[in-house]
Design a binder for this molecule. Sequence first.
Ligand code: ADP
Ligand code: MG
Length: 634
Amino acid sequence: MPDDFMDPADLLELADDAIILTDASGAITYWNRGAARMYGWEKKDALGQNVHALLRTEPPDPTQKLETIMGDSSHWEGDLHQSRRDGERILVASRWTTAGAGSPRLQINTDITARRRVEEALRESEERYRRFVTEDFTANLIVRPDGQIVTCNPAFANTFGFDSVEEALSGNFVALLRTRQDAVELLEMVRQQGIVDRHELEMLQRDGDPVYVVARVIGRFSNGELTELQVYLFNDTKRKRLEQQLVQAQKMEGLGTLAGGIAHDFNNILAIILGYTNRLESFRTKPKDVPGAIKVIKEAVERGAALVQQLLTSARQTEARFSSLDLNALVRELEKMLQATFPKMINFELHLQSDLPPITADRSQIHQVVLNLCVNARDAMQQGGTLTLETAMVPGPQLMETFTGVAAQNYACIRVRDTGSGMSREVKSHIFEPFFTTKERGKGTGLGLSVVYGVVNNHRGFVQVESEPNAGTTFLVYLPVEHSAAERGGEGGSRIPRGQTAPQTILLVEDEEMLRDLGVEILEGEGYRVIAAKDGMEAVEFFEANRDEIGLVICDLGLPRLGGREAFLKMKEMKPAVRVIVASGYLEPAIRSEMLKAGVLDTIQKPYDFNVLLAKIRSVIGPEEVADEHPELF
Ligand code: ADP
Ligand code: MG
């Protein structure tokens, strides 16, 4: 049916909206079917009623007055609350039109109650998701393939060192990756797989500090083109750091075991050489040049022993002798010595905390630590510079962020700072490894810092290094201020009182045949009776059979069948007053102190000089030394 056949008034009746006409006083003069449907009032009931009274119309904004909202204007539109006949309140979008004050008014209303409810629900759900993202602790962002950040959450800003989300949005994601290559690879993976999951990445904070993340990256494509990447980054830095520390510690332990093994055999060989050297000394009928040869042999032996000592220290297997130590005094003394020997173009600066409490430590080992750090600093400042030595007290809890195993209340910190060459990240990751050096052949051994690591570890302390290429290096050594008494070692008992002698039979337990034979020969030469055992089992057997004659047991620690420690404990059980001297190439401080507490009289480090051993034997079982008793010594 063409439009012009229809009365326009009929069309108004058919409209979905409520169409209402009122006179100037508000009395209803027209009410279409849409109005009847919307409000439940039939036309006959509505006509003549005041429209606002009938519908109980109210603006949603309580400060607005219905009579005034239209004012002098000819048009108004807005949302209003109104009531249906059954009492239900509805929300309508309302448009008013009038020809002027005093003229009739047209009101067209659309019920938007349902639509508003949906909008509200949507807003609520959007708000929920917004909070979900902004309060997330993973760093989330949407980024364009060129690195431009479209949006990100506060955790992202925070993780990468931006002050605010706004600031982060002005940054570029590619700049936070370690290399451009990382960015290229990541994009390639996303293009090919769509989603990259659990991808481990080393990223950089804005200031360049590393951040280790586990990433999930989802590509958004439009017509096959990658347009955006949705990125979720879990900050895994703390765990990664601890893991790296653990790997480092294990590596050092492994090398320590290796060094210990080599050292054991090496020491036995040295002991043999040294022993025969001493025997040669007693040969009166030697040709003239023998003393010279002896000297060379001895020097070689000492050099070898010193090398072993370095190795063992680096593997923290030498005996540490703990005592009270004034760090400031040590640093001051060292500085004086270094100033006299280092090139003049190196300036020294000292900043010592005046009230630093004494620590319990091995003086010569700590001396070695600071010396090694200073020598490295000197080597790094070929063109001169400033070497700063500082001491300070640091509360233990402050170190917990950086290190595991922080046990002491307070740590004394020694800082060795240089203005030299600094190190690359690659070099920095290897410096504590034994034999790692960047110096030319003959200049560096690569043992300096592994000794530092070993010693500090042995003192239950920590080492930290801060360095950038061309920006100098700072080493920080933290040593606990308290130290448990157990580590200082106890004292053995039952030495023979002056003027008395014990039974002069010695049980010598040694698995190295040549060393054992040599020992028997020398000890018998000194007038002792010697029983020799080649392992722990034999030692226990022989001791049981001769327990009353045996005045002293000299026992190696690393023995076949039954270890020296176990053998000692068995003998101790049989005869609590047993006198034992333990000989060993390396003795962990903890084991040494445990053995001394258990009643071992003394320990002697291999390779031993038999003269030192004889002195120890005399001090334990006599006979007492008489001056000039050894005329055969040169
Ligand atoms: P060495 O000094 O014999 O090379 P170290 O264990 O003492 O062995 O040091 C290992 C390496 O660590 C050095 O070769 C050097 O590359 C680096 N290094 C140590 N200390 C510094 C420093 N203060 N500045 C720059 N590099 C250093
Ligand atoms: Mg060095």
